[in-house]
Design a protein around this ligand. Sequence first.
Ligand SMILES: C[S@@+](CC[C@H](N)C(=O)[O-])C[C@H]1O[C@@H](n2cnc3c(N)ncnc32)[C@H](O)[C@@H]1O
Length: 255
Amino acid sequence: MKELLLVGIGAGDPDYITMQALKALRRADVIFLLDKGPAKHKLNALRREICTRYLDGHTPRFAEGLQPERERDAADYRASVDELNRDKQAVFKQLIDEQMADGEVAAFMVWGDPSLYDSSIRIVEAIAAARGDLRFEVIPGITSLQALTARHRVPLNSIGRAVEITTGRLLAEGWPQGVDSVAVMLDAKDSYLRFVGQGLHIYWGAYVGTADEILIAGPLDEVAERIAATRAQARERNGWIMDSYLLRKAESADN
Ligand SMILES: C[S@@+](CC[C@H](N)C(=O)[O-])C[C@H]1O[C@@H](n2cnc3c(N)ncnc32)[C@H](O)[C@@H]1O
């Protein structure tokens, strides 16, 4: 039997790691790394830093899988994500088959929490269902949204109200029904700009919890252009950007 641990490591600061995650990582014989694009180096450096700082001398080996890139701006978004996940599944499977022995424990250090805009659980579940020699466990982590709200010192929801977690792509289609707070991730196109003039408040953060962290908050009408400019500069400077934001109808901005 092989054992796979999907370990949420928090979304930025190495200190976001939980005791449960550390206990899981200390059980691992091998750590699988799977990141892509220009952020790969920094994110994997953070993973290695967590291991160096906190594993009490336990030194699992690292095995890196080559993660395929999704076609950006693909006309059929869902089809391109499905295709990416099929490729990812092949990479995961190869790591499990070739980089760990029977009886060993492997860990994936998942950015933030595995439940939030992350395909690891779905992929590993599909692999485990197709074979009898693999069991897996999920260890929760601090999500980028928790990091964002903590740094801005605001609650995610207003009193007694719902919050919607969505993507920039979906927000661009319009304000979600029935909510006054919207948390937005994976926004490549500054979708908040279309809501200027509607009395919203924004809490925006890039690279939250890291040394590069940038935070801007205020009435959207006043700070939208500054966020757009700061975002463009940061992406230019670092070669990539990782940002999210909370948009709130102004009357509930302080709740
Ligand atoms: C593929 S999702 C992964 C989310 C992750 N599983 C989590 O729990 O936060 C990546 C998106 O998360 C957000 N994100 C992740 N880390 C972040 C950080 N440190 N600061 C701001 N946003 C972050 C960004 O919106 C980014 O596009």
